[in-house]
Design a protein around this ligand. Structure first.
Ligand SMILES: NC(=O)c1ccc[n+]([C@@H]2O[C@H](COP(=O)([O-])OP(=O)(O)OC[C@H]3O[C@@H](n4cnc5c(N)ncnc54)[C@H](OP(=O)(O)O)[C@@H]3O)[C@@H](O)[C@H]2O)c1
Length: 259
C-alpha cells in the first residue's frame, strides 16, 4: 500500500486525515432522520478523491447505524488508478464498536469488494465474529479499544494512510489523543441550532487551544461550502496555500478613520 502524504516511515502508525462536514454552528447532522445533506456535488467528488488516496476509511458504529454509508470510491478512473499502482481498487473499511451492535446487512459489510475490519473489546469479539462470519475480520483489542492500539494494528496490517470520516465520538478520540495529522473540514452555509444533534466533537481536552493554535494550510471555496484544511502534526508537510492579507497603504486607513 502507498501513503501519498506520509513523511516518515519510522512512525509506527498510519497518516491520519480527519474528514468532516458541519453546519456554521458546528453540527454534523440533525437529531432526527433524514440524514442532513451538508455538502454539495463538487465537494462529494473531492471526498471521493480523498478516499481514493487513502488505504483505509474509518467510521464509528453509530454512523453505520444512522447513515448506512457505503464508503466506496465512486469514480471508476480513481479505482483504476489505484489498481494500476498495485493497490486494492477500493480502500479497506474500518469501524469500531463497544456494544457489537452492527447489522450484517449494512452497506458497510455487503457493498464493495474490499477488506472490512471491526475493532471491539475482546469481550464482544466472539459474539460479533459469529454474527458477521466471513463479512469482516473482527479484532478484539483488550478491555477498551484505544485509537493508538487501533492504529498500531492497522499499521501491522500494512495500512499507511487512514481517512476518518466521523462521527463526532471518533473524531474526539483522535483529536484528544493527538493522533490526527490533518483535518479537512467543510463548513456548510446554514445553522442546525439543536443541542440534541451531534457535533463535530464531544467535550474533551484537545492539544489546540488559543495559545497553541492549529496550522491553517488551505482555504478553498467549493460552490456554497468552504473547505478548511488544518495541519495538526509535523507529518503534515503541506505548504500553506493561504495568501497573505494584502496590506492597504496607511493613507487609506487614515482616510477611512477620518471619514
Ligand atoms: N457531517 C459529517 O461529515 C458526518 C460524518 C460522519 C457521521 N456524521 C454524523 O455523526 C453522527 C454520529 O456521530 P456520533 O458521534 O454519534 O457517533 P460515531 O462517532 O459515528 O460512533 C460512535 C460509536 O462508535 C463506537 N466507538 C467509538 N469509539 C469507540 C471506542 N474507543 N471503543 C469502542 N467503540 C467505540 C461506539 O459504538 P457502539 O455504540 O456500537 O458501542 C460508539 O457509540 C450521525 O448523526 C452521522 O450522521 C456526520
Amino acid at each position: 500500500m502507498t501513503a501519498p502524504r506520509m513523511t516518515s516511515r519510522r512512525e509506527p502508525r498510519p497518516y491520519v486525515t480527519l474528514s468532516s462536514a458541519m453546519s456554521i454552528d458546528g453540527y454534523l447532522d440533525t437529531a432526527l432522520p433524514p440524514r442532513l445533506m451538508l455538502s454539495n456535488a463538487a465537494d462529494f467528488d473531492r471526498v471521493d478523491e480523498l478516499r481514493a488516496e487513502n488505504d483505509a476509511i474509518l467510521v464509528g458504529a453509530r454512523t453505520i447505524r444512522k447513515d448506512n454509508p457505503r464508503l466506496l470510491v465512486r469514480s471508476e478512473d480513481r479505482r483504476g488508478l489505484r489498481a494500476s499502482a498495485g493497490r486494492s481498487r477500493l480502500p479497506w473499511k474500518v469501524t469500531v464498536t463497544a456494544t457489537g451492535d452492527l447489522d450484517p446487512c449494512s452497506a458497510f459489510f455487503v457493498v464493495g469488494d474490499t477488506r472490512k475490519l471491526v475493532y471491539c473489546p475482546s469481550s464482544v469479539q466472539g459474539t460479533l465474529h459469529r454474527r458477521l462470519g466471513s463479512l469482516a475480520s473482527v479484532v478484539g483489542l483488550g478491555e477498551d479499544v484505544t485509537m493508538i492500539d487501533l492504529l498500531s494494528d492497522l499499521c501491522e496490517r500494512g495500512v499507511q494512510s487512514l481517512m476518518v470520516e466521523g462521527g463526532g465520538m471518533v473524531h474526539t478520540q483522535f483529536l484528544a489523543s493527538g493522533l490526527a495529522d490533518e483535518l479537512q473540514l467543510v463548513v456548510a452555509p446554514f445553522f442546525v441550532a439543536d443541542e440534541q444533534a451531534p457535533r463535530l466533537v464531544r467535550n474533551g481536552a484537545f492539544p489546540w487551544t488559543a495559545d497553541h493554535r492549529a496550522r491553517l494550510v488551505e482555504v478553498r471555496p467549493i460552490g456554497d461550502v468552504v473547505l478548511l484544511r488544518y495541519g495538526l502534526s509535523e507529518r503534515c508537510v503541506e505548504e500553506s496555500k493561504i495568501a497573505s492579507p494584502r496590506v492597504r497603504p496607511a493613507s487609506v486607513f487614515s482616510a477611512g478613520i477620518r471619514a
